[in-house]
Structure formats: C-alpha cells, structure tokens
Design a protein around this ligand. Structure first.
Ligand code: PLP
Ligand code: 3DJ
Length: 408
C-alpha cells in the first residue's frame, strides 16, 4: 500500500490540474468522491451569491432585472453550458429542474410524431426519466416501453416516437454510444432525448456531432452549481421552430411583458422557459460553469480517465472482494466506478467515518465519482487503502454502520 500512496503522490505532483482544487472549498483531509451526486463549492460562489443578494437584490431591487441582467440569465447560462456539450449557444437554456425539463421535452417530442405514442427507454434508467414517461402515460399521451441496454437497437421500430436514454448510467457508469443509438433511432423515424446529468462537465459530449434532437442535464453535479441548481435543456436548431411544450408559462411567451391573454411561444429555445428565473441559484451555477469552462473539457476528460483507471487497477489488485461493474474501457464509462459487494452499505458508512466520501446505491453498489477538477490521485489511493483496512479489521461490522439513514 505504501507503493500506491507513493505512486499517487508522484501523479499528483505531475498533474497539471492539481492547482484547480484550490478553487474549491474542500478540507484537505477530505477525499470527496461524490461530485457525481453533488459537486463541491467553488470558493468564488459565496461572494458572488452575497453580491447578488446584498447589492443586486438588497440595494438595486427591481432594477436588477435589467441593470444586473437577471432577465437574461437562462440564455446566458445556456450559452455557457453549450460548448461543454457540443451544442450551439442558441440551442441551450438553463431553467427548471432536470425532471421538469424531461417532462417538457418528452411531451414536445411526442407532439412532433403524431400517430406514435411509444417512448423507449431501459429498465433501471434513473427513476425520474421513467416516472416522467409514466406520468404522460397516465394522461393517455404516451406509452412506456423498456428494452435492456443490449436490445435497444432491436426494439426500435416505427411505433417509437422517442428514445430516452441516460448517456452515463447513474448506477453503473456505463456510457451509451450516442452517435450509434441516435442514428438507429433516426433510421426508424424516432427522435432522441439524452439525459446528460452524469456527463456534462466530465465526459466528452458532442450533441451536434451525434445529430441529437434533445438533451437535459443537472447543474449540481460536475457543473458544481450547488444543491438544486437550475438544470439545462438542449433543442437542436432544426426543431426549434416547431417545438411545442406543455408548460406554457409566461416567461416562455414571445412577449412576456405584453401580458396578452393568448399564448404565443417565444422564438427559439426561450420557449422552453416557464417561470421567473431562480436568480440566486443561477448566479451560483454561473461560478461553477465558468470554472469548468476555464479548465476546459479536454484536460478534464483526460484527468477523469486517468483517475478512474488508477483506481480501477488499484482496487483490482488490493481489494478484489469488490467487483467492479463499470466497463473496463475508460472510453465506455463515465467519470465514476461502481463496485458490488454484499456489505456495500456498511463499507460506505465506514469510509464516510474516515472522511472518504462515496455513496451507496441499492441493493449492493458502492459508487465513487471522480470530479476531475478537484479529485486527487491521493484521494483514490486513500479509498483503496482505507477499504482494505476496513475489511481486514472487520470495522465495517460496527452496528452503527448497518443503520439505514434517511437519504442519499
Ligand atoms: C440521470 C438523472 N436524471 C435526472 C435526475 C433528476 O434531477 P432533478 O432532481 O434535478 O430533477 C438525476 C439526479 O437526481 C439524475 O441522476
Ligand atoms: N438530487 C439529489 C438529492 O436531492 C439528494 C440526494 C441525491 C441526489 C442525486 O442527485 C442523486 C443522483 N442523481 C444519483 O445519481 O444518484
């Protein structure tokens, strides 16, 4: 294990992104491997939020809608997220939550394929993705169809209106081939909606290169926008003029301040808006996205793969009792590794007690994420050595580690 720590120290010393950790408020002794669930706090965010609250809201009050640019935040944030996901700036907007954006875009896709009701997805997709289809099914607007990952292409036929997939699977880290599946869906006349919650800011995404129709994703994971940060939504340029979404709130109107009785959708991606933007949350998100954009997706992807490879190899060598269920090829997985063990829950709790933070996903998965902007090789080495020690000492058997908490 000494060798592992030494190798980690050598890699950290040579890491061009090592300096980026100082942009985040994370204790030096914390190995935070859960940025795939909630990203860390950028150090600049509290001051930015305080400025918005004290100056823009406190002093300038309503004038800030124009003077501080509040009204344009969804578009401004959309245009900053767009290059991270291979989209044009006018194709992305930051608004609402991922679940709500899923609802809007599933509905919009169904409206574009009259005569077809099926929305195809995979069993075990993130719950909201599946539940949103169910919600529309209950209203008689959709029909949910599920096919296992390997059977999706065979399941695509002329009844499918929309293929809805999560690009990087939240539990296993498996990554779909976006280009291949988008083409397969288009070949039967279906549209495709990609959930990029576990992709944006961590893995290469080229929505336009893949000819994708729609996408959604979270702002609070690798984009470090803070708990409940606004989500984003993408609509390919060619669909913008025909897009009809059901949450026709006033902010998605072509002229919101005309206060007309009849809804007239805004031009372009603005029509995905429903309500007043969440200004304070949006300002925190801006700090997180600016940091990721400044570091750049190329270096982030390279480090993400190196961190996960280092960890996968070290786990296989030193902790073989845990079975890695993420793909062995880094190009086929997201910025995470998932391991199966009968006592994953207890192991996760024991790790947390030692300030190594991963998470547990039922029934038996220990999940660790590698947010490349701030995770160190030393954090990965610590995961491995602490796990070895927790198993060897039997510490995981402490009764308090078996008590199931309320969330996460
Ligand atoms: C893949 C995926 N989709 C959707 C969501 C739901 O996001 P939200 O809670 O912002 O609606 C999450 C995370 O919670 C997720 O991981
Ligand atoms: N959004 C979350 C929350 O409010 C509480 C706990 C966890 C979350 C998550 O984001 C979970 C995450 N999407 C996952 O991949 O499991």
């Amino acid at each position: 294990m000494n060798d592992l720590a030494q190798e980690a120290a050598r890699l950290d010393a040579a890491d061009p992104l090592a300096i980026c950790r100082s942009e985040f408020l994370i204790d030096d002794d914390l190995a935070y491997l859960d940025g795939n669930s909630l990203g860390a706090l950028p150090k600049a965010a509290p001051a930015r939020v305080a400025q918005v609250v004290q100056k823009e809201w406190g002093e300038q009050l309503i004038a800030s809608w124009n003077d501080a640019g509040w009204i344009g935040l969804p578009q401004k944030m959309g245009s900053k997220i767009a290059p991270l996901i291979g989209a044009q700036t006018h194709e992305v907007i930051a608004t609402d939550t991922t679940s709500i954006n899923l609802f809007k875009l599933i509905s919009a896709a169904l409206a574009m394929r009259p005569g077809r009701k099926q929305v195809l997805s995979e069993p075990g997709n993130f719950p909201s993705d599946l539940y949103m289809i169910e919600g529309l099914e209950a209203q008689g607007l959709a029909e949910r169809r599920l096919a296992e990952r390997g059977d999706i292409e065979a399941a695509l036929d002329e009844n499918v209106a929309l293929l809805l997939l999560t690009h990087v699977h939240y539990k296993t880290g498996e990554m779909f081939d976006m280009v291949r599946l988008t083409k397969a869906a288009h070949d039967v006349g279906a549209l495709v909606l990609w959930d990029l919650s576990h992709s944006a800011g961590a893995v290469p995404v080229d929505l336009n290169g893949a000819n994708a129709d729609f996408a959604v994703g979270c702002g609070y994971k690798y984009l470090n926008g803070g708990p409940g940060a606004p989500a984003f939504a993408f609509v390919a340029e060619g669909h913008l003029a025909n897009l009809q979404q059901p949450l026709s709130g006033w902010m998605g109107h072509n002229a919101p301040f005309a206060f007309e009785d009849d809804y007239q959708p805004a031009q372009g991606v603005d029509r995905l808006l429903c309500s007043t933007p969440s200004v304070i949350a949006m300002s925190a998100l801006e700090v997180g996205v600016d940091l990721i954009a400044m570091i750049g997706m190329g270096p982030l992807v390279e480090k993400s793969r190196a961190l996960s490879e280092f960890t996968r190899a070290a786990m296989a060598r030193h902790v073989p009792e845990l079975t890695c269920i993420s793909p062995a090829d880094p190009a086929q997985r997201g910025s995470q590794l998932s391991f199966r063990h009968e006592h994953s829950y207890e192991l996760c709790q024991a790790l947390i007690a030692r300030k190594v933070i991963g998470d547990f996903r039922a029934p038996d998965v220990l999940r660790v994420g590698f947010a490349p902007a701030y995770v160190r090789y030393a954090d990965c080495a610590r995961l491995v050595s602490e796990l070895r020690d927790i198993l060897d000492s039997g510490e995981w058997q402490k009764p308090e580690y078996a008590e199931r908490g309320a969330v996460t």
